[in-house]
Design a protein around this ligand. Structure first.
Ligand code: CS2
Length: 453
């Protein structure tokens, strides 16, 4: 029996359920990239806001490529369960915030309708680093942009502007430094070129706050889904499994109404940068180091890697000695305690978070996770041995072709075949064969990294 609005009534009493009338809520949020992360994060905050009596924040999820999530959630009336996992056991709740999932290639007109609806005031994103269609120099890659959310969003905005509707808030929830500023610039570039009449409306009527999002959400695997079905008595193909920890820091700069997410644990602040830098450089930086070095040592999961004394020492050094001093702490933020808490989260034995999941898309992640730290540290005249060791493990990972899952995989493999590690470093930092660097702006690190060539 599949989970749905009808079968939800048979869930065991231990499963907390939405207390609001789901059908009566208008769609206030359109979300691009409705993967497991958003279902365990933004939708969870929003569900609790509606439980507390707020109205009209139903989420319309949009998938840009795969039909998987639409097929998981639409037959379930958008319902799915969220299970928090810790050494003490599992706690499950039913999330009602997602109304529907549209598959953009099939349902473009419906996506534009939702964006143009007066009830919609927030458009949010978890499209991963590569979904923003940034060229290596940081400008918009127009060919990639046409296949991403840009054209749909522009059409929705065009309609709103023509109808005299209020502007919207674009909320990036991806792990990019200054994600709001990056998105605002890319969207602006797209409009300047393709919808020049809209550029002024976008600049005046819309806002693009930055956010820091944090919750570890391993990909749900078939064994998890089967065990859940045993426990709750219905099959939930959209189920997500996560830790109890969650953090969401949002720059308080909305164009219109928003849920009171802060009543449910989110932090609304004037400046997200310190939170974002701490998270990217300490959490994500250590995560990526554990991923490549852990796979090399034969581990499969984060909690195994962080229990290995050498890898733990690597993660600690990267966080505490290299990244921490480069992060200007926000008022009241204790970065040493933050590092302790991160290590405890990584050690959660109930999460089964795969290193291979973190290892994917290295070229999209490494600059903001490692290189910004190493560059700041080098400018103080200090070395970054943990980051060099992590980089060495990434190069090992590229040599071991079984694992590479990266949009730049062909170029990396070609460089590796032609000139080994030295050529990969050149490709990334300096440019090769007449082409600019994959990561411009980090050329000064080439000498430091040459020792692992
Ligand atoms: C991870 C992140 O997959 C990865 O690259 O580092 O998804 C990480 O789990 C989240 O950012 C935690 O908030």
């Amino acid at each position: 029996m599949r989970l749905s609005a009808t079968t939800a009534a048979s869930l065991p009493g231990e499963v907390v359920r939405p207390a609001y009338d789901r059908g009566a809520m208008a769609v206030g949020i359109v979300h691009f990239g409705i993967g497991a992360f958003t279902r365990a994060h933004q939708a969870w905050y929003t569900d609790r806001a509606m439980n507390a009596g707020e109205r009209d924040w139903a989420i319309c999820g949009v998938s840009l490529r795969s039909r998987d999530v639409a097929e998981q959630l639409n037959p379930q009336d958008g319902l799915y369960t969220l299970t928090e996992r810790s050494a003490d056991g599992d706690a499950t709740r039913l999330i009602g915030a997602v109304r529907e999932v549209l598959h953009a290639p099939d349902d473009a007109a419906a996506v534009i309708d939702r964006l143009a609806d007066p009830a919609c005031s927030i458009v949010s994103f978890t499209v991963t680093e590569k979904g923003y269609a940034r060229a290596h120099d940081g400008s918009l890659d127009f060919a990639a942009a046409e296949a991403s959310f840009y054209p749909l969003l522009a059409r929705g905005m065009e309609w709103r502007a023509a109808e005299g509707l209020p502007g919207i808030t674009l909320l990036s929830c991806d792990n990019l430094a200054a994600n709001g500023r990056v998105l605002a610039a890319l969207m602006g570039e797209y409009l300047d070129s393709r919808f020049p009449d809209l550029a002024g409306w976008f600049a005046q009527e819309c806002t693009v706050p930055s956010t820091m999002v944090d919750r570890i959400v391993p990909r749900s695997d078939p064994a998890d889904l089967a065990a859940l079905e045993q426990r709750i008595g219905v099959s939930d193909r959209g189920a997500v499994f996560t830790e109890s920890f969650s953090q969401w820091v949002i720059e308080d700069r909305f164009a219109g109404p928003r849920p009171r997410w802060e009543a449910h644990g989110a932090q609304l602040v004037a400046d997200v940068a310190p939170f974002e830098l701490a998270k990217l450089r300490m959490l994500n930086g250590a995560h990526s180091a554990l991923a490549y070095a852990g796979l090399r040592e034969g581990h499969a999961f984060v909690h195994e890697a962080v229990a290995d004394p050498e890898l733990r020492a690597l993660a600690e050094r990267l966080m505490r000695i290299e990244a921490l001093p480069t992060v200007p702490p926000a008022p009241g933020m204790d970065l040493a305690a933050y590092a302790d808490a991160l290590l405890a989260r990584f050690a959660n034995p109930a999460l089964w978070h795969r290193l291979a999941q973190i290892a994917m898309d290295g070229t999209q992640k490494i600059p903001q996770r490692w290189l910004d730290t190493a560059r700041d540290t080098a400018r103080r005249g200090e070395p970054s041995p943990a980051i060099v060791a992590a980089f060495d493990a990434w190069l090992w990972h590229l040599e071991d072709a079984r694992y590479i899952d990266d949009p730049m995989a062909p170029a990396l493999a070609a460089a590796m075949a032609e000139g080994g590690r030295r050529a990969v470093i050149e490709l990334c930092l300096l440019g090769r064969a007449g082409k600019g660097a994959l990561w411009p702006g980090y050329g000064e690190l080439a000498d430091m990294l040459a020792c692992v060539a």
